[in-house]
Design a protein around this ligand. Sequence first.
Ligand SMILES: [Zn+2]
Length: 215
Amino acid sequence: MARRIIDLTHIIEPTAPDAQRKFVIHKHDALMEIHGKVRPAGEWYIMSDVELMDHVGTHIEVPLHCLKEGADLAKVPVEQLIGEAVVLDLTNAEAEGGVTLEQVKAAAAGSGGIREGDIVFGRMGKTGYFSTAALQWIVDRGIKLMGVDSGGVELSHDTTHANVNHLLLFRAGIPLIENLAHLDRLTQSRVQIFALPVPVRGLDAFPLRVIAIES
Ligand SMILES: [Zn+2]
């Protein structure tokens, strides 16, 4: 069978400078442009300065997001960002307090199980996030990367900002991808994944392109 490439990334639309999750593009002449040079209609020679909040669009968060000594984007090895992902269908898992352990176990069984070294992607429904027990169980499978198509995994009812679920992942060295797109376009529960942000030293998160390959 021919291999199929599925883009799991939201397109980023540039924003106004005052947007909370901003991605602002300032175009200017390329550094090497000859001042006053006249170019044919339809042509120019530009570069852009970009100003962004690093949690914009489909983005990856690494341990530095919550741990002062945690790994930054440059420290996460590419081996952790490429590999086999198991996709958990949690679209019907509705629960107060986050998707439950039972719901996650059932979804994992339905996708053929979680193996050590797997990437795990959650196709979330209305609930959007995990109960801590459910996330702990996923972490205990020995996964290397987590992703969700919701805004995040944190307990939305926890007003203390203890970051319980974030810390569960980051203390285990597991980065988290938020706002994945198009998980519904996958036809297999196990796919090959490439999830590659630029390796910026000292940064806690960044937009990235996430590609799935089915074969
Ligand atoms: Zn984020």
